[in-house]
Design a protein around this ligand. Sequence first.
Ligand code: ADP
Ligand code: MG
Length: 267
Amino acid sequence: MADFEIRDLRVSVEGREILKGVTLDVDKGQVHAVMGPNGSGKSTLSQALMGHPAYEVTGGEVRFKGVNVLELAPDERARLGMYLAFQYPTVVPGITMANFLRTALNAKRGYDGKDKTKAITPKEFRALLKDSMHTLRMDDSFLSRYINDGFSGGEKKRAEILQMAVLKPEIAILDETDSGLDIDSIKYVSEAVNALRGPELGVLIITHYTRILEHVKPDFVHVLVDGRIVRSGGPEVADQLETTGYAEWGVKEEPVAAGQLSGQEEA
Ligand code: ADP
Ligand code: MG
């Protein structure tokens, strides 16, 4: 049994079936890439795994550490050790990054506002952020800004990875964290993900492009087309996509080798 199991997952959005039976096993310590063209259901997969209410699971199972994840609310999934870096992170005016990260971290530590011994101290908090912020090339001013407010596309994606570094999930789903990033941001993000890699973390890198996989080497690569995994294998699957694209599945002219500044994300 794998640590994280997706079995024949079917998901509908607004009554239309988008995922048509997806099966995937991820063990801690592994990095899996799920690659697919636009509209193939990549974000549907990530949102459904995290429990977004607009994505209706109509069949199949998702288990993490033996727990039926589909019965849990999104915050319970997070506490179980799941994390999703959003493709389109939300702007939250009025709440600073520091406040948000501290609150999320305290929630994970079980601090409910009462038992002060469970709350993270300012010193611990700074120490925890220091290395990741350095790797992600974020200066301290970042922490006093409102969440994603006025952030560039690259800053938003780096902020998603900073959250991941702070929360230390056991399963991290990165939904097109690379799309729309310039080459430097892709390097910083990759460096940070590589620093977090290890036996206690399973990663699902969801991407349209092969570029990030040059920096974060996947152990397994799966191709998602029209809501189904149509091929699975090792890194060679990505290499092959780089030359042939998604054409063999009837998808026209979607380059897979590019990837920086080509999405709509970079604001
Ligand atoms: P990808 O991330 O691979 O580009 P998506 O999962 O975002 O693909 O989209 C797959 C299909 O589901 C598309 O046809 C898209 O329009 C539809 N879809 C996804 N999310 C929503 C949503 N929140 N509301 C309506 N349709 C959606
Ligand atoms: Mg998407």
